[in-house]
Write a protein that binds this ligand. Structure first.
Ligand code: NAD
Ligand code: MG
Length: 400
């Protein structure tokens, strides 16, 4: 069988690590065609040495430095740079699969370009759907792309849907196929059993110390505030074509059930596994087949009780904000995502308390009740994103 050529955008991150571990274990099935990295260029160089991709993308300012590193190490790899470089890789005729694993809004243009180029997209970059869900889904449909979620919850839901809906790119529509509700599970993060007052005092180290998953810094902070579940709620609305009130969130501190589909006959279908991103990534890479992901099999006899808790939306206000933003429309989800990226950055820079992230997000939403015009394109979306970032920055400067 022909090998699939894979472009890993965000190769130096946590999802990049898990993806490359699977690709390395299956050289007979996959070729690493291209890699991208932004911060850790030393790590990117090591990945280039290991996988010898044909193309590598670095930030514009790092091209000369990286070209020297490649030549010092006798590596003959094409360098591309910046957002255009990411788009070039994502749309290259030689690319079969795009792993969209860049964090934040920076991942949107290349993910959208991959959809327009009809690629098979393994989507980790949930922010792309939060910002441009309709545009993404429309592009996937009209260019016969294949969008497979690797966010563990969405991948779990995908796996629990009937095969024909999976094949029709997982869109459910309200009330169809006997689906009554989707249930997103959430770990509850490091502050589940702490008071709001304790959360107010949280240090950066405490906030990024996730109990079950090892992830990048931004998503770890998002998990601590439960903004991550809010973003995932919006992601699920677009992916599965359901309104927000058809999607419930249950805190499940063990992170064994990765999400569920509730059917009208009373059946709940769940996907279980060890909390290891290699499982959803391997599922999406091989879909509709199955391959060894390298994840530890679940030891059922070692499990204790599985718990489910209703989230406290006062304490985790970001979750409520996300639901409200989804109800009010795409302008609000763009604003929320942008405000949150800026607020998380400020928290990680020691400029803001953890619980102030929700305050900044809410105030930005109030200050910018922006509606997205019908048939908006990516420039309209990026314009709202830029305005929201500016407002969020001003609010943070005042709050300090
Ligand atoms: P990470 O911080 O570990 O890695 C992010 C990657 O994006 C790195 O390769 C980094 O170099 C690159 N990057 C950062 N800023 C960039 C920019 N401005 N331009 C281009 N590249 C840039 O993050 P992660 O945990 O791997 O998460 C990546 C995405 O996957 C996020 O959207 C996250 O929400 C999603 N996700 C992650 C997990 C997880 O377990 N880590 C689970 C589900 C979904
Ligand atoms: Mg997730």
């Amino acid at each position: 069988m022909k090998k699939l050529r894979v472009a890993v955008l965000g190769a130096t991150g946590s999802i990049g690590d898990s993806t490359l571990a699977i690709l390395a274990a299956h050289p007979e099935a996959y070729d690493v065609f291209a890699l991208s990295g932004y911060h850790q260029l030393d790590k990117l160089l090591e990945l280039c040495q290991k996988f010898i991709p044909e193309r590598v993308c670095v930030p514009e300012a790092s091209v000369d430095e990286f070209a020297k590193l490649l030549s010092d190490n006798h590596l003959n790899i094409d360098i591309v740079s910046g957002q255009q470089g990411l788009i070039d890789i994502a749309t290259d005729r030689q690319t079969d699969v795009v792993v969209a694993a860049i964090v934040g809004a920076a991942g949107l243009p290349s993910t959208l370009a991959a959809a327009k180029a009809g690629k098979r997209i393994l989507l980790a970059n949930k922010e792309a759907l939060v910002m441009a869900g309709q545009l993404m889904i429309d592009a996937v449909k009209s260019h016969q792309a294949t969008l497979l979620p690797i966010d563990s919850e969405h991948n779990a839901i995908f796996q629990c849907l009937p095969a024909h809906i999976q094949a029709e790119r997982s869109q459910i529509h309200e009330g169809c196929f006997g689906v009554r509700k989707l249930w997103l599970t959430a770990s509850g993060g490091p502050f589940l059993n702490q008071s709001f007052e304790q959360m107010q005092q949280a240090s950066i180290k405490e906030a990024v110390n996730h109990p079950n998953w090892s992830m990048g810094q931004k998503i770890s902070v998002d998990s601590a505030t439960m903004m991550n579940k809010g973003l995932e709620l919006i992601e699920a609305c677009y992916l599965f074509d359901l309104p927000e009130d058809k999607i419930n969130v249950a805190i499940h501190p063990q992170s064994i059930i990765h999400s569920m589909v509730e059917y009208s006959d009373g059946s709940f279908l769940a996907q279980l596994g060890s909390p290891d991103m290699k499982t959803p990534i391997a599922h999406a890479l091989a879909y509709p087949n199955r391959i060894d992901s390298g994840a530890q099999p679940l030891d059922l006899f070692a499990l204790n009780a599985l718990e489910f808790i209703k989230p406290d939306e006062q304490k985790f206000a970001c979750l409520k904000l996300a639901r409200e933003a989804m109800k009010s429309g795409n302008g609000a989800t763009i604003v929320l995502n942008a405000a949150n990226e800026i607020a998380v950055e400020a928290f990680l820079a020691g400029q803001l308390g953890l619980t102030q992230i929700a305050e900044i997000n809410e105030q930005t939403l109030v200050s910018l009740p922006e509606m997205l015009p019908n048939h908006a394109d990516i420039d309209d979306i990026l314009a709202i994103d830029a305005k929201a970032r500016q407002i969020s920055q001003n609010l943070i400067a005042k709050a300090r």
